[in-house]
Write a protein that binds this ligand. Structure first.
Ligand SMILES: Cc1ncc(COP(=O)(O)O)c(C=O)c1O
Length: 380
């Protein structure tokens, strides 16, 4: 076996190109939302085949704005998968609305469309399907089952993913993306909203900038910079900086290459881990283009020599970082206590919470790293 390695779960892939790109906003003096953010938005809209892309400070603020723009308010219910990052549900709380959990399929880790109908009431206004780990939720099935619900795609992990040839972010009413360093393309922190609806785009554009009728760049560079704009909404300051925009442009141009490399490595894992009968590798249909934000296994503890947590500890000792895929939000203190939910109420999310395990997958790994991960897993 190779000598001991130290393989992080994820590592941003940045270098000289990103470093160079930062110089322009730094030396120009325009560093808040401006021309580099605009360039990033245009490129994102083009690559995700949507009419509008609007950059924000992160995906959590994108989710919040999406719900505000759709008019979600106190008394409304919004469906969210029970297995996702906590901010999917938190965004609903920010609107004083009620998140209603829907169970997930522990094979895809995504929302189970068959569970949706059971959760719809006259108060249900919207659904936030999550494209977890880069695999799109089946939005087409959701549209058939719940044609009257507004759809906000939580595509935090899904830049470059697609369903039936249509990019994530173009499938629902509004798409939300993250550029946190654990995502395939990163701007440190950062987010993007996508929509094909002109009216929603206009509202989102104002909401992210305090509700102002025009952007700071338009005002400062226009003929009357001394006239402050009108404010017709209670907005937020959820802007992205031009420093991040500059990074985003460079990163986004590498997205196809990043996904291609990740896909190759995911296939390597799929092939080489298939013989371990107590590990289930990711499985999904031909309609889906996986973006491989993470590579997440399912540990079958009825057959594994050690349990999932012991396995994570064992791999940590061998220099291989792992994480649970994500968490079951209905099992987190706030949601469990506020809505008096039992862990067993959502068996798919419970199983995903207990038995999922992400292993390292990122663009700075070399072949020997992947081989080492497989070799170590095969020693058990
Ligand atoms: C499914 C999901 N939704 C939302 C978020 C929040 O993204 P951000 O960190 O950009 O706010 C994440 C972050 O990991 C996520 O995985």
């Amino acid at each position: 076996m190779n000598q001991k390695r130290n393989i992080p779960i994820s590592l941003p892939s940045m270098g000289q190109d990103e470093w160079e790109a930062l110089k322009e906003p730094i030396f120009s003096g325009w560093i808040t939302q401006g021309p580099r953010v605009k360039e990033f938005e245009n490129l994102f809209a083009e690559t995700h085949r949507v009419k509008h892309a609007l950059a924000v400070s992160n995906c959590t603020t994108a989710l919040h704005l999406a719900l505000v723009a759709l008019g979600i308010k106190e008394g409304d219910e919004v469906l969210v998968p029970a297995f996702t990052w906590v901010s999917t549900a938190n965004a609903v709380m920010y609107c004083n609305a009620t998140p209603v959990f829907v169970d997930v399929d522990p094979v895809t880790f995504n929302i189970n469309p068959e569970e949706i109908l059971k959760k719809i009431t006259p108060r249900t206004k919207a659904i936030i399907p999550v494209h977890l780990f880069g695999l799109c939720a089946d939005i087409e099935a959701i549209k058939r089952i719940a044609p009257n619900l507004k759809i906000v795609e939580d595509g935090a992990c899904a830049a470059g993913s697609a369903l039936d040839g249509k990019p994530a972010g173009s499938l629902g009413d509004i798409g939300c993306f993250s550029f946190h360093p654990r995502k395939s393309v990163t701007t440190g922190e950062g987010g993007m909203l996508t929509t094909n609806d002109d009216q929603l785009a206009d509202t989102l554009n104002k909401l992210r900038n305090h509700g102002a009728s025009i952007s700071e760049e338009q005002r400062h560079k226009g003929p009357k910079p001394y006239i402050l704009p009108e404010f017709d909404f209670v907005g937020f300051n959820y802007r992205m900086t031009d420093l991040q925009g500059a990074l985003g442009v460079v990163q986004l141009k590498k997205l196809d290459k990043f996904i291609e490399e990740r896909n190759e490595r995911a296939n390597f894992y799929n092939k080489n881990l298939a013989s371990i009968e107590w590990l289930r590798t990711p499985s999904y249909g031909a309609r889906f283009k996986h973006g491989w934000q993470s590579y997440v296994l399912f540990v079958d503890e009825t057959r594994s020599p050690i349990n999932r947590n012991e396995l994570m500890e064992f791999l940590q000792q061998k220099g291989i970082s792992t994480r649970p895929g994500t968490h079951a939000v209905h099992m987190l203190g706030f949601y469990k206590n506020t809505y008096r939910i039992n862990a067993s109420d959502y068996p798919g999310a419970f199983q995903s919470n207990e038995y999922s395990m992400a292993i390292p997958l990122h663009n700075r790994m070399v072949a020997e790293d992947y081989e080492y991960v497989v070799e170590v897993l095969k020693t058990l």
